[in-house]
Design a protein around this ligand. Sequence first.
Ligand code: NAD
Ligand code: WQD
Length: 351
Amino acid sequence: MDTVLVTGGAGFIGIHTVIALLEKKYRILIIDSLINSSKKSIERLISKNLLKKESINSQIIFINGDIRDVNFLRSVFKKASKSGHIIKYVLHFAGLKSISDSILFPDEYWEVNVIGTKRLLKVMKENNCHNFVFSSSATVYSLDEKSPLKENSSLSPNNQYGYTKLAVEKFLEGLVHDQERFWRIVCLRYFNPIGAHPSGDFGESPLNTPNNLFPYLCQVASKKRKKLYIFGQNWPTSDGTCIRDYIHIMDLAEGHIAAIDYIKSGAKEPFLIINLGTGLGTSVLELVKTFENVNNLRIDYEFIERREKDKAIVYADPNFAKRILNWEAKRNIFDMCKDGWNWQKKNPDGY
Ligand code: NAD
Ligand code: WQD
């Protein structure tokens, strides 16, 4: 049983990926500072024991700590090797992700997302662990680029958050360039992950008012918020609202398993950047209508002015992922709306 270190594993994407890792029988070490999540997600995962494993308590270990703390990171690697479970792969989700906060607090974003990642890589190297999967984002692409976005489409983030993601990608590329015989690195550029685990026991659990469309929509559906404000109705799209590439969180999670498999099978390319999206665009109104129809409810919404620096149409070209990782999204927008609402209904206040 190989051991995977999952940073930020208590968060939205982290916990769903941990579920996918469990299914593949990995031993999982989660580190998280819980700055944007709760330990309850992990406690629930252990108590629900979805796969009914006797070994669940030793298969998932959680350690509370900050990726910026080198001594903490060293202690994690040391503990793992002392117990005979050397960390073989690192899935690096830990980071700050609010675009608006990144503009208000750029230092913090660079400190966590860039310096924190560099410290993690340093400690990995000290421990002879060189297999790394990084959570990047479609936000690195230029606003002027036309969809479908390919991995070699031009890059130009329009916020500090995006710059931190691009800076890490470049740092990783340089690392592999200089020390190619060691590192095996996959950067995954996520499009818009939404939905929840089909059990309804795991999902997105924002601690503050959600910035993103889907969690906001779910909170309107559960009457936590009065109405959804749709940013603009005169975009150059068929119904006037923006189009995005929404991807089911479990498809995204499984994309990480595919990335580990790629590294495991020898990683022909030591450094790769890969889009994780469906290749399909859905407008805001289409998403709202689908959510209403699938879940048999009504969403109150109002159009307001466009959000600054928004883009009319963003969706991925998913072909590289298909070809290289042998992975493609299997779930559709109906599944995303059904599973997302199931989670929200069962857990109106999160974990
Ligand atoms: P999340 O906030 O739910 O998860 C991130 C986790 O990292 C949280 O549990 C948080 O407590 C932890 N964390 C933050 N700073 C930390 C630190 N200094 N040390 C240790 N732990 C720390 O976010 P998510 O949606 O699960 O995103 C995971 C990763 O994917 C992030 O790097 C994010 O930038 C990236 N990403 C997310 C999206 C998205 O739409 N959700 C899209 C593209 C990329
Ligand atoms: C989707 C659509 C809004 C909220 C961002 C990042 C991206 C990734 C995902 C991290 C847009 C509209 C939204 C609302 C609305 N995150 N909207 N009312 O902007 O595509 O992507 O989050 O890496 O990198 O850029 O996602 O969910 O914010 O917006 O009308 O209350 O919904 O205008 O068209 P976005 P989003």
